[in-house]
Design a protein around this ligand. Structure first.
Ligand code: SAM
Length: 229
């Protein structure tokens, strides 16, 4: 799958994808990540990409023409990409949106804003607007990375153990059950005996109950949305 990012800071994408599962997916050519420097489409001698807001107010707003030029250039070489604008005003990104995006076979084009955000007319250029949470970051680069990583780990062949996807938090709309490894007792706290019993059916039932209990305690909003509430 291809990920293209239109950004003022392409260098930000180097190290986050240089380790772990992302690096392996890139090496194995399961994903390709390509940045496109917005500055190259800036206007005039100074390659200007922002301007003062009409109507006054603080800060600078990103002009639509450089973004449109960058998007057109990427799309002419890679038609069919699903275009996403990163914005705190977008639809809240979650696991089911990640799964939908993982099925976009042509790949994704992500537009990272900066400053006070983008001119309203940039919205016409995209298929979807996504936020990664109800807080404001300085740019869309970190949100783009979050989305790329969440989508990549859902692609076939990326995780060594596909089964781990089946049980992860948010799969089926609930959190994952508690996990334990060695030692059997840590600072007076013992591993639940059912996990040592070797009875797979009992363990499966215990995990299911714990997942629901944990979700009820920590994220009742998820249970209300799922059929298990
Ligand atoms: N003035 C804008 C507002 O209030 O909606 C915020 C602009 S923010 C400082 C600059 C850029 O960071 C945005 O254009 C967007 O690309 C990105 N950004 C910030 N927070 C984000 C979030 N929670 N999700 C996605 N993108 C975000």
């Amino acid at each position: 799958m291809q990920f293209h990012i239109v950004t003022l800071f392409p260098e930000m994408f180097d190290s986050p994808f240089a380790a772990g599962i992302m690096a392996r997916a890139i090496r194995g050519e399961l994903v390709k990540i390509q940045t496109h420097n917005l500055r190259e489409h800036g206007l005039g001698n100074y390659r200007q990409i922002d301007d003062e807001p009409y109507g006054g107010g603080s800060g600078m707003v990103m002009r639509p023409e450089p973004i449109a030029a960058a998007v057109d250039q990427v799309l002419s070489a890679h038609p069919g990409l699903w275009r996403i604008l990163l914005t705190p005003q977008g639809e809240l990104f979650n696991q089911s949106i990640a799964a939908e995006l993982a099925r976009r076979e042509h790949g994704l084009l992500l537009i990272a804003g900066r400053y006070e955000g983008v001119d309203e007319r940039v919205r016409q250029l995209v298929d979807q607007e996504l936020s990664i949470g109800d807080y404001v970051l300085s740019g869309g680069e970190l949100p783009a990375m979050v989305i790329i990583e969440a989508v990549t780990r859902l692609l076939p062949g990326v995780l060594g153990n596909q089964a781990s996807l089946e049980e992860e938090s948010f799969r089926g709309g609930i959190l994952e059950y508690p996990q334990y490894t060695r030692p059997e007792v840590f600072r007076g706290s013992a591993v639940p005996s059912v996990l040592l019993s070797g009875d797979h059916e009992k363990i499966r039932r215990w995990r299911q109950e714990q997942a629901i209990k944990r979700t009820r305690e920590r994220r009742p909003d998820l249970l209300a949305k799922s059929s298990r509430g």
